[in-house]
Design a protein around this ligand. Sequence first.
Ligand code: 6PG
Length: 469
Amino acid sequence: MSRSEIAILGLGTMGAALARNIARNGFRLSVYNRHADKTRHFLDIYGAPNIQGAFSLEELVAQLERPRRLMLMVPAGNPVDAVIAQVCPLLDRGDIIIDGGNSHYTDTERRQSELANDGILLLGTGVSGGEAGALWGPSIMPGGPRAAYEAVAPIFEAIAAKAPDGQPCVTYLGDGGSGHYVKMVHNGIEYAIMQAIAEVYDLLTRVGGMSPLQQSAVFAEWNRAELAAFLVEITAHILATTDPDTGHPIVEVILDKAKQKGTGKWTSQEALDVGVAVPSITEAVEARILSGLKEERVLAAEHLAGPRPTPNEADGHRLVPTTRDALYAAMVVAFAQGMALLDRARTEHGYTYDLGDVAAIWRAGCIIRAALLEDIRAAYADEPTLVNLLLAPTFREALAERQHTWRETVHIAIRHGVPVPVLAASLAYYDGYRSEWLPANLIQAQRDYFGTHTFERVDEPGSFHFEWA
Ligand code: 6PG
């Protein structure tokens, strides 16, 4: 067989699925896993004339045409450094490593400069869509040297998901760690949307008195209109699923402690570092942390006063229409915050991606794919210098129309004692952003009072201190 066009290193769930996608699209592919059994298993099940297995890195490298293209599908962190250290001595100048995991963008930039000494190009590439996405078409977010991108573009374009207009969900995002940066923000938005959906489920359950199956029908219906989104679709499916062992809805036998691998937290940390407000994302991270305190919560539930949510006919009746609007609004706000962070990163880190292009490659394949991404893409196409997505005419109007019901949802939640951190934080962000005047004047006065930190005045330029005593 002639030399392979690309190698996949790491045949875990995502690596194996991506390898099958590449092979199905007719590319000559080599596969390698550090445990030979896994490679053999992959070849036994998915072997095809265009796939070669390799049982050492030397063998793998020898199977590749030049410039060699090696895609790492290994867990982020130390494993990426370890594989790079092993493979690097076997490579030549101009060869390309693609890191397809959720690496932190600063790690990617460090590795890029280390590898540049040997003339090896590293493309930090976000891949979203889980196993099914990797297999049938993920959204791909590559960043790094342009030459590296050009060398893999035909493969990426073939294997990527296709948006409704037929465009592949991949584009060159620019230098450095821009690809992993965009993927990090994608995940932050993912956290916010997931939590907002969970809050709606909580309200419909505890105040609406609706069973998971009844809610499934609601989410399925929402998924046919403006709320159409992968996360809404899978929620409808999850809520209709029964646990075969107990006969209960599966969602009710799953423990209420959310885990995380860290990408949502990274988004919040980064946003704090560069001074961009992303409260919906941060509240979603915080909600996962609070959920982890299960034992404490069980205790506190006995001791802390407050309304005990019980199904309430009048409010419950209102909740289906109001949560629909609140969820839509929260999704828009989560995207607005994510986009604001991506925008800031262009000045902070010198990234050059276009926000409309980012929205375009999120339209299919990835976890946050949603019908409204087409509106987001169009908003940036119409106005590339849009300062905040909320100001785009489409979203301005959409949120204006949903004002009342969005607030009503948060109202109902507060009255019944149901925590809705993301729905409420999204609304507070919206109200904060549209406030011409915020009480930050008092903050400035306090800062100056206790620490002579000075303030600016409304009537005169400059920096002032007041003698408070
Ligand atoms: C994707 C996902 C994926 C992520 C999981 C788990 O885009 O396919 O974002 O990359 O790893 O969603 O993330 P947490 O464990 O942090 O929830």
